[in-house]
Design a protein around this ligand. Structure first.
Ligand SMILES: [Cu+2]
Length: 137
């Protein structure tokens, strides 16, 4: 008799525990999808000492991104994709680059290096975790 009661209570614990486990699994998945994207939906990038702000942009195909220098150190925008035009090294001014097609375009400042000063432009619906490698110093 006590044996069958133990079976009943064990079953009851399983039944009540299962929805909790499922709920936790759903919440974990939902949180993963709702993490704020580090990609800013803007075509403007600040070039400051010593980082790009933001370090990641998501733009639509055909849009032009404008980098605006406002620091007191020299910086440049050098793309990993050799098909794109790089900026001059400068302390002031702006630089524009149009992005016609979907893709992820990474760039960095050759003066301060990829680990310190880098960024990316993600065009269209290309998946990207947007993790910056160079957050400045
Ligand atoms: Cu720099």
């Amino acid at each position: 008799m006590s044996n069958s009661w133990q079976r009943v209570t064990t079953y009851a614990r399983l039944v009540t525990g299962l929805p909790l486990i499922l709920a936790l699994a759903v919440m974990t998945l939902a949180c993963g999808e709702e993490l704020p994207s580090p990609l800013a939906q803007t075509t403007a990038v600040g070039v400051i000492d010593n980082r790009f702000d933001p370090t990641g942009n998501r733009v639509e195909p055909g849009q032009t991104v404008t980098w605006t220098w406002s620091g007191s150190n020299q910086h440049n925008v050098t793309f990993d994709d050799a098909a794109l035009t790089n900026s001059p090294t400068q302390m002031q001014g702006t630089f524009e680059q149009a992005f016609a097609d979907d893709g992820e375009f990474t760039y960095y400042c050759t003066i301060h290096g990829r680990d310190v000063m880098s960024g990316r432009v993600v065009v269209g619906t290309v998946a990207s975790n947007g993790t910056p490698t160079g957050g400045g110093y």
